[in-house]
Design a protein around this ligand. Structure first.
Ligand code: SF4
Length: 217
């Protein structure tokens, strides 16, 4: 067999897709990050008739190139919460407004085999938008985010995703220095809000592109 690893993950993604759909998420599978971008631009977004878009911290979203495509779209009101030139007050206001957009795009820290989303947030705006507010939510999810059960998902997040994220963001936390969580009380602590999304309400409001590549942390 050619590409046994990709084939293995394809089977895993198809199985999780079925469980996610049973949980009322709308799900697509992409072979690559580039094809995830094309699915978003050519199949998902044209169906939504969106006028405004925003996003929450997600290296998976950045990895598809979708961020640059949407940021350059003059027909869209873009609320760019990645704009590091904003003051803390401006960023707070933008994050509040981003809860009212037509489409919010981000990733998820983990998906269980049962088709549940597991996330851990620093600020909370990302998980808030996934749960309620924006009319539509699009999640870009690499195959590396698939976990067995809730315990596996939480272990992955606290022992891998969070430490790597602190390193990426140059946070001054114990885990950014030694790679292990110390359940810190640092002002830079990024582990504040756990969420488990078992089902999607309303049906199809949250769309998920599962990508057969590693994406994000
Ligand atoms: S609680 Fe603190 S030390 Fe632990 S992973 Fe989160 S930021 Fe790092």
């Amino acid at each position: 067999m050619k590409n046994p690893i990709d084939n293995y993950w394809k089977l895993k993604l198809e199985s999780v897709k079925e469980n996610l759909e049973n949980n009322k998420f709308e799900v697509f599978i992409a072979d690559t990050a580039e094809s995830a971008k094309q699915i978003a631009l050519n199949r998902i977004i044209p169906e939504l008739d969106i006028k405004s878009v925003s996003w929450g911290g997600s290296m998976s979203f950045i990895g598809t190139g979708l961020f640059h495509a949407l940021n350059a779209d003059k027909n869209l009101e873009v609320l760019n919460t990645f704009d590091r030139s904003l003051s803390p007050d401006q960023m707070f206001e933008l994050r509040q407004k981003s809860l009212l957009v037509d489409l919010f795009i981000t990733g998820t820290n983990a998906i269980t085999q049962a088709g549940h989303l597991v996330n851990l947030d620093m600020v909370g705006n990302r998980v808030a938008a996934i749960m309620w507010g924006p009319k539509n939510v699009l999640l870009i999810v690499g195959r590396n985010k698939l976990c067995g059960d809730l315990e596996d998902a939480m272990f992955r997040i606290k022992n891998y995703a969070a430490p790597v994220n602190t390193m990426n963001l140059d946070k001054k936390t114990p885990c950014s220095k030694i790679g292990v969580c110390h359940d810190c009380s640092s002002p830079d602590r990024i582990c504040n809000y756990w969420t488990i999304t078992e089902k999607c309400f309303l049906k199809g409001r949250i769309k998920i592109i599962l990508v057969n590549e590693d994406l994000g942390f």
